[in-house]
Design a protein around this ligand. Structure first.
Ligand code: HEC
Ligand code: HEC
Ligand code: HEC
Length: 426
């Protein structure tokens, strides 16, 4: 039923959009790109451009989404969307199954405007953010892509999408409604903040996970970077808000988290650990500091701390028995081995998906050059029921200066089902 309503909305949007189509699909900006030589026939002689392009690729994390066991950039990575499961394209230089037949201009059209070789792209490919990439970065990225070895691997991107969502033309309406087809315009005047804004809002596509989306999968601009559910994870607020965001952390601490997955308190898990491993650890420290400074400059949600909960004895006891050996008797953590809870704003959001996920399935922190052996959190699904997990989370979210809303046992139960984590042993 929900699918039908969505389908209708998409179809109506698509028809209504027709007349305005040319405004959203305007790619005249890409006239700066060559339209004669195919990627398969192009070899860059500019080693510096290739190197810079590799850096853009890292900052944009192209490889993470376009790689899955068939060679780097050969595609096949599955992405859940409100319209069904989408599979990422082969973007190697192969002519038949990759993008070898694209010219530079075609490549710009796909990456910055969401117009691919089979028609309009779905916004799971973050062209909505990449639209902000500069011409120079795009030229460099093109030079880098020309060095990628061809891999023959045919992909049917929309095979897992039901009618009517598999009709690419419907994205015309989506683009018209939600795609700000504009190049980068800094809101900050300071050079460092400008660089940070460019990286966060452009290549970094941080809002793809950290901004909540509406029913049609578009980011809600008024809640930019204020935290969102991402599948069975929660990407917290990363603005300057001092309660839930990064306001109480130094820019150097945030930069350390981006580079290593930990600032000494929080530790990146799940999709954020992947972003650190595949992308952010390769950036320069100056770029990470610029991103941190920009994030901290955003006002954010205005969330404030509630009164801390009382009556947490059950959770306190469970914590002492099961958790304190790693997380510390005063929630101080164990350096690079286990996160601290005291002063860790990442655990305070109303949405506890992330914490519950880690409790139910265990977790592994990011492995980087700085932290090569990543730390492990055991699963408690077999040992604790939903109420017990809620109790111990209430305890860590309301001790050592922390304050947060009560955790609902029903939410733990729902995620236990979603993750197929199994019932506790009796
Ligand atoms: C968050 C995941 C994600 C990231 C990051 C990502 N892509 Fe994609 N990309 C996709 C998906 C999914 C598709 C298929 C979309 C479709 O078919 O509608 C796609 C499609 C494409 C296409 C279109 C291929 C064609 O034949 O039309 C190109 C080109 C492309 N991506 C290049 C890139 C480059 C370059 C980067 C980095 C700057 C990048 N992508 C980063 C998910 C991603
Ligand atoms: C694929 C989804 C995804 C993308 C893309 C992503 N994040 Fe995250 N991020 C998460 C999740 C999930 C968490 C929570 C991880 C945890 O607590 O273990 C997180 C946590 C964080 C934190 C820690 C917040 C805290 O309060 O401790 C920071 C800082 C952060 N992300 C910054 C960024 C920046 C900057 C970018 C863009 C360069 C980015 N993220 C892109 C999913 C993502
Ligand atoms: C053997 C050591 C160990 C024990 C015991 C342990 N943890 Fe963990 N915990 C970790 C490590 C390591 C991480 C970081 C994992 C990661 O980032 O992927 C972690 C992460 C977490 C997180 C996620 C924090 C964040 O920033 O997202 C929560 C919540 C958590 N643990 C709660 C608990 C609770 C509650 C207990 C007791 C019931 C417990 N842990 C017991 C090692 C442990």
């Amino acid at each position: 039923m929900k699918m039908k309503i969505l389908g209708g909305a998409v179809a109506v949007a698509a028809i209504g959009a027709g007349i305005w189509a040319w405004t959203t699909l305007d790619t005249s900006r890409n006239a700066v790109a060559d339209d004669t030589v195919r990627l398969a026939d192009f070899t860059s002689t500019d080693a510096k451009a290739v190197k810079r392009g590799e850096y853009v690729m890292r900052a944009a994390d192209c490889s993470a989404c376009h790689t899955k066991g068939n060679g780097e950039f050969a595609g096949g990575y599955e992405m859940p969307t409100p319209f069904g499961t989408l599979v990422s394209s082969n973007i190697t230089t192969d002519v038949d199954s990759g993008i070898g037949a694209m010219t530079e201009r075609d490549f710009f059209d796909a990456v910055r405007h969401g117009q691919g070789s089979k028609g309009l792209l779905y916004p799971a490919m973050p062209y909505t953010a990449y639209a902000k990439l500069t011409d120079q970065d795009m030229h460099d990225l093109w030079a880098f892509m020309s060095t990628v070895e061809p891999v023959a691997h045919k992909i049917d991107e929309t095979a897992g999408m039901p009618f009517p969502f598999n009709i690419r033309l419907a994205m015309l309406g989506w683009d018209m409604l939600f795609f700000q087809n504009k190049g980068f315009e800094a809101t900050a005047s300071d050079e460092v903040l400008k660089r940070g804004e460019y990286l966060v809002e452009g290549a970094g596509h941080c809002s793809a996970c950290h901004t909540p989306r509406n029913a049609l999968g578009a980011e809600i601009a008024s809640q930019h970077l204020e935290g969102s559910r991402v599948g069975a994870w929660f990407a917290p607020e990363i603005t300057g808000n001092a309660h839930l965001g990064l306001g109480a952390s130094g820019a150097d601490e945030v930069a350390a988290y981006l580079g290593t997955g930990t600032d000494g308190k929080a530790m990146a898990t799940g999709p954020m650990a992947e972003a650190v491993e595949h992308s952010l650890q390769y950036l320069t420290e100056d770029d990470r500091l610029a991103m941190a400074a920009y994030l901290k400059s955003l006002p954010g949600s205005g969330a404030t701390a509630p009164e801390p909960m009382t009556g947490l004895e059950r959770g306190a006891l469970a914590y002492e028995v099961n958790c304190s050996a790693c997380h510390g008797t005063a929630g101080e953590g164990m350096g690079l081995l286990a996160p601290a809870f005291a002063g860790n704003h990442g655990i305070l959001a109303d949405d506890v998906t992330n914490l519950a996920h880690v409790m139910l399935k265990g977790a592994r922190a990011a492995a980087t050059d700085v932290t090569p052996t990543s730390a492990g959190m055991p699963s408690f699904a077999w040992k604790m029921d939903d109420r017990q997990i809620a109790d111990v989370l209430d305890y860590i979210r309301n001790s050592w200066g922390n304050a947060a809303a009560p955790v609902r046992a029903e939410d733990i139960g729902a995620l236990r089902g979603e993750l197929d984590a199994g019932a506790p042993l009796r």
